[in-house]
Every structure is written in structure tokens, then in C-alpha cells.
Ligand binder design. Structure first.
Ligand code: PLP
Length: 393
């Protein structure tokens, strides 16, 4: 708390932070300076796939620390190559580009789409209402939420907006001048809404009819979060390219855009670049993370634990049917939409020792570390139930 007060003097105030002075994290728990412990179902906003202090990540970082911290992309290091190979093996894609963040991965894809579109006389991009693709100006242009865009217009031109899962509106908007559709298979920041099978079918039809690119933002849904390595493996559409970040670096800043053959040789030397992207330390942590998460048994466990978390959220929903309006999500990316003040619920849950946040205004978002145990899911359920009892009974 003292930190927060002092911080107000120095930081531009764009964050609503939890009132806690964190000392350390361990597994699925955060500890404050007084030793109070919190069950963390926010996990660095769906980043800490293997939780805090995972031994595989620690030893990978230590090993790289003794070699070098940063080389720049004038050099290629084995650790970067190993991670790139692994990601290409795990996907149907052909080549990738490493970035520092999610928004930078989206920016790269926007450039790929623009170049491809210019070559094919296609200038329009379709994005869905409620989407979130990042905060840099290109990514913000396809982030269709008034609260994020309103102060920064004009943004990129030629972005066409389609209401979420509205097939009819999509079919009226897409045409031969459409270069690409950007979508999150399940919205993260927008409130854990899955794209419907009808919408996926419509996107696939449009791709066949008009030769458009389908670009999946897997920044939140990827790296095991939904029970497959990437969420598109569970959908009707194999995209032409994806953006990935968050869990990819195991807690260090790392993202990538990964594309299929159609797009893999489009950018010429010097047309794109980054100083830090694919930093060897981040790649070491990333490789350790991906090696664990990509195991079949690990992903199977995520599915099972995700189903268990869902069943516990349904228990809350039946007991408090006056409060909960919907349970949504897949794997360990779940949302509980409420009719009451979501912020109040989040703050009370924090007092009970459970951390999560709010997405889409009225949805409690649960994205625990993928290593969460059944007992820890039970503990989260108990804390959430106590929160609801305290507030609503
Ligand atoms: C789906 C999605 N896309 C893009 C981003 C932006 O990623 P970053 O914050 O790493 O720039 C986020 C971050 O929350 C996200 O959830």
C-alpha cells in the first residue's frame, strides 16, 4: 500500500493496481510483504503459464545468463533457432518473426497484410466489435472498443467493423477488396466470448470466394491456455497467420507472428525489424515453457482442469442465479458474466485472498497458471463462494 501511494508521484496513472506490496510468487500463489498469501487466477494477465518460480524456466534463464543477455538481430543464436523450430513444428505454418509483445506481433501482421493487400489490390481489413488486439496505433485501429479508441482518432483507414458473431453483417461487409479478417477465437479483454461455428463457416466461405487472409490473434488463447497449443486447432478454420505472446515467454517479454507459405517470403530485408524482439534470454524462458506446455499429457490436463473449473463456475451460477448471467470459455480461460457490480466482486474476492480481473465490463475473468491443481481450483471456488455469500446473501 505504501508503494502505491508513493508510486502516484512518479507513474503516469493508467493502471488500476491491486492494493498489495508483493514480496514474491510461488506456484499459483502471490505473497505480500507481511506473508499474506493470495491465490492468483490472473497470472500476470494470462502470462505465467507455469506459475511463479518454475524450476525449468529458472534453470534455462540461468544458463543463458552466463552466455549473454542481448545480441540484437544482427546475430542468430541457437536458443532462438530452437524455439523457432519448435513453434513451426507445433503449427501448420512456415516461418515466424519474434517480437517483444502482443501488440508488436499484431503490428507485424498488419504490415504483412498491407503488403499482401497492396500486391492484390485489396485495402480493407475487417475487425469485430468487442475485439482487443493491442494498444499501439495499428493494433488499436482494429481494437473495436470505444473506450480504447476514443481519444486517439483518426486511426488507420479502411478498417471495416462487424458486430461480433453477426454472420449477415459479415457477409454484407466482406468483398473482393477485403485483404484480411483479424479475430480472436475467444475474446480476452472483450469478455471471453467465443466466435461461433456459423461465423467460422462464413469466414471460410469468404476466404474461398474472395481470396482473403484470416488472421487469428492467439495472444491470450495460445500456448496451451484453452487446452490445445493454439486455440485454432479446436476451430473450423486454420488461419493464414497468428499472433502469439503472453504465455510464450514464460514471464519474459516475448511474442511472435507466425505465417503460412503464402505469406512467409513476402517481407524483404530491411522492411521490418526490432532491436530486442526474440531476445535470447526471453527465448530461453520461452523454450523451457513451450517444451513443458506442448506435451500432449500437459494439454490434456489443461482440458480436464478447465472442465473442472467450468463445473465449479456452474455451481456458483446455480447457487447465485440472481447474480450470474452466463458461464463462458474453454480450458483455463473462463468467464463468469454477472448482473451486479463486477468491480465490487473483484475487490471483495481480493479480500478473501483470490485474485482475478474483469473483462468486457461485467465478466469475471479466470486465467490461472496452467499448472493449477484441482485442490487450488476448489480453493478458488470456496473463496468465490464466500465472496458471493458476503455480497449477495
Ligand atoms: C487478444 C490480445 N491481443 C493483443 C494483446 C496485446 O498484447 P500486449 O499487451 O503484449 O501488447 C492482448 C493483451 O492483453 C490480448 O489479450
Amino acid at each position: 500500500m505504501e508503494l502505491l501511494e508513493e508510486g502516484k508521484k512518479y507513474f503516469i496513472e493508467v493502471y488500476r493496481r491491486f492494493p498489495i506490496d508483493v514480496e514474491k510468487g510461488m506456484g499459483v500463489y502471490l505473497y505480500d510483504k507481511n506473508g499474506t498469501c493470495y491465490l492468483d487466477f490472473l497470472a500476470g494477465i494470462a502470462v505465467n503459464a507455469l506459475g511463479y518460480n518454475h524450476p525449468a524456466i529458472h534453470s534455462a534463464i540461468k544458463k543463458q545468463l552466463n552466455r549473454n543477455l542481448h545480441l540484437s538481430n544482427y546475430f542468430l543464436q541457437d536458443i532462438q533457432l530452437e524455439l523457432a523450430k519448435k513453434l513451426i513444428e507445433l503449427t501448420p505454418f512456415e516461418k515466424l518473426f519474434f517480437t517483444n509483445s502482443g501488440t508488436e506481433a499484431i503490428e507485424g501482421l498488419l504490415k504483412v497484410v498491407k503488403k499482401w493487400g497492396n500486391l492484390h489490390d485489396k485495402q480493407e481489413i475487417i475487425a469485430f466489435e468487442g475485439s482487443f488486439h493491442g494498444r499501439s496505433l495499428g493494433a488499436l485501429s482494429i481494437t473495436i472498443q470505444e473506450k480504447y479508441q476514443k481519444s486517439y482518432r483518426p486511426l488507420l483507414p479502411n478498417v471495416k467493423i462487424v458486430p461480433f458473431n453477426d454472420v449477415e453483417a459479415f457477409e454484407k461487409t466482406v468483398h473482393k477488396k477485403t485483404a484480411a479478417v483479424f479475430y480472436e477465437g475467444i475474446t480476452g479483454e472483450g469478455g471471453i466470448h467465443p466466435v461461433s461455428s456459423h461465423m467460422f463457416a462464413a469466414m471460410q466461405r469468404a476466404r474461398e470466394k474472395y481470396d482473403i487472409l484470416l488472421i487469428a490473434d492467439e495472444i491470450q488463447t495460445g500456448v496451451g491456455r484453452t487446452g490445445s497449443f493454439y486455440y485454432f486447432e479446436q476451430t473450423e478454420v486454420v488461419p493464414d497467420g497468428i499472433a502469439t505472446a503472453k504465455g510464450l515467454g514464460g514471464g519474459l517479454p516475448l511474442g511472435a507472428f507466425i505465417v503460412n507459405r503464402k505469406l512467409s517470403n513476402l517481407l524483404d530485408p530491411g522492411e521490418h525489424g526490432t532491436t530486442y524482439g526474440g531476445n535470447p534470454l526471453a527465448c530461453a524462458a520461452g523454450l523451457a515453457t513451450v517444451n513443458v506446455v506442448s506435451r500432449k499429457s500437459f494439454l490434456h490436463d489443461v482440458q480436464q482442469k478447465g472442465n473442472y473449473l467450468e463445473s465449479k463456475l456452474y455451481d456458483i451460477s446455480s447457487e447465485f442465479s440472481d447474480v450470474v448471467s452466463e458461464v463462458r470459455g474453454r480450458g483455463l480461460m473462463r468467464g463468469l458474466e454477472v448482473r451486479k457490480d463486477a468491480l465490487k466482486i473483484m475487490q471483495q474476492a481480493f479480500k478473501e485472498g483470490l485474485i482475478f480481473n474483469i473483462a468486457g465490463g461485467n465478466t469475471l475473468r479466470f486465467v490461472p497458471p496452467l499448472i493449477v491443481s484441482y485442490d487450488e481450483i476448489d480453493e478458488a471456488y470456496e473463496k468465490l463462494r464466500q465472496t458471493f455469500l458476503h455480497l449477495f446473501r
